[in-house]
Design a protein around this ligand. Structure first.
Ligand code: ATP
Ligand code: SF4
Ligand code: MG
Length: 336
């Protein structure tokens, strides 16, 4: 299917006090129309930075972004990284909505939730008769009580409620791209379920491309067509959800999978030894080598391994991807 977003060689660096922080390195991928990609990885691996750079939400003063991000929208291909301020106003929300992890900053503290709906819709020429009904339906679909939140101020709601209000607000405008940063973390199971359901139904109907950032592999793999694993700012494994879970080809993804409790395998949970690297002084060679059980001398030298294909549509940034995959396939068989 066609792409709504094309990302090539994206690099994002924060100007940190102790030198440049390489938060995203050499990211290249396509997001297809009505596809859901889940980004998984430990805290600090660069998931939010990647999502924010695609929506151009990172402050220019403190970040440097290079590479290409092309949006294939109503007006043909456009370079997101060279958007001017008016371009960005038109792009955000209407074309690309980002639902943040800490939703407070996305609201004006002086406006009620109802006014956020009215303002956002009006600014994009979308508020008319029936909008209130549509807003109420969307709020209900994310398990919020419309009458309770409608007249509330942002600070009167919990973080999780604010995030769901933002999601409803995003869905009202029907963007082409929706980036969700940890939308189900810290929610009760019923609410998680509601969010998965609303995203699943709206995605196909509205041809919505979704980037779903999550710590929760269970939720991510239920919703996503493809899984991307990030480590130290790099996308180290990409593939269909099935490929990444069943034919895992990167040792880091394999350790993430071992770190979740699994009903299927009844295996003990093992946490990943060591900690993520410092993004100011990254190790040479493969950034995962200090923690990798498969590491060999060549892993410590040269550049980070490129994301090469092990199967059609399945990439792994590991020198020994084939061996790792053979081992995980053997392991999965034993546990079935
Ligand atoms: P989490 O799962 O905790 O949300 P993440 O994968 O979303 O983590 P990011 O928030 O993208 O990770 O952070 C990537 C790296 O960039 C981290 O090492 C973080 O400390 C660093 N970082 C984030 N924001 C800034 C900033 N404004 N200035 C300097 N470094 C930053
Ligand atoms: Fe491990 Fe080497 Fe593969 Fe890196 S390249 S993940 S260190 S085996
Ligand atoms: Mg984050």
């Amino acid at each position: 299917s066609s792409s709504v977003l094309t990302v090539r060689d994206l690099n994002v660096t924060y100007r940190g006090a102790r030198g440049p922080v390489h938060a995203v390195s050499d990211a290249s991928f396509d997001l297809h129309v009505d596809e859901c990609i889940a980004l998984i990885g430990e805290s600090g691996s660069g998931k939010s930075t990647l999502g924010q750079s695609l929506a151009r939400l990172l402050p220019v003063k403190t970040t440097a972004i290079t590479g290409q991000v092309t949006y294939h929208g109503r007006r043909g291909p456009e370079n997101v990284l060279t958007f001017t301020a008016p371009d960005l106003r038109a792009f955000r929300w209407r074309e690309c909505a980002y639902v943040t992890q800490s939703a407070i900053s996305a609201f004006n503290p002086l406006l009620r939730i109802s006014e956020h709906f009215e303002e956002t819709a009006r600014a994009h020429g979308a508020f008319g008769r029936g909008s209130r009904t549509a807003a109420f339906e969307l709020l209900e679909s994310v398990r919020l009580e419309p009458t309770r939140v409608w007249n509330a101020y942002p600070h009167e709601l919990s973080g999780g409620m604010r995030q769901r209000v933002l999601l409803a607000l995003a869905l009202l405008l029907e963007p082409k791209i929706l980036i969700l940063d940890e939308p189900t973390t810290a929610l009760d199971v019923l609410t998680q379920r509601a969010i998965i359901d609303v995203l699943t139904s709206v995605r196909r109907r509205k041809k919505l491309g979704i980037i779903f950032i999550s710590h929760d592999l269970g939720v991510a793999s239920e919703l996503a067509d493809r899984l991307f694993t990030m480590y130290a700012g790099r996308i180290v494994e990409t593939g269909t959800t099935e490929q990444v879970l069943r034919r895992t080809a990167h040792p880091y993804t394999a350790s993430l999978l071992r770190a979740i409790p699994s009903l299927e395998t009844q295996r003990d949970v093992t946490s990943i030894p060591g900690s993520p690297p410092n993004l100011v002084t990254l190790p040479t060679g493969c950034p995962f080598h200090p923690r990798c059980v498969h590491a060999r001398p060549q892993c410590t030298r040269g550049h980070a391994p490129p994301l090469d294909l092990v199967d059609a549509g399945h990439g792994s940034a590991c020198h020994f991807a084939g061996n790792v995959q053979a081992q995980t396939v053997r392991e999965r068989k034993q546990h079935v």
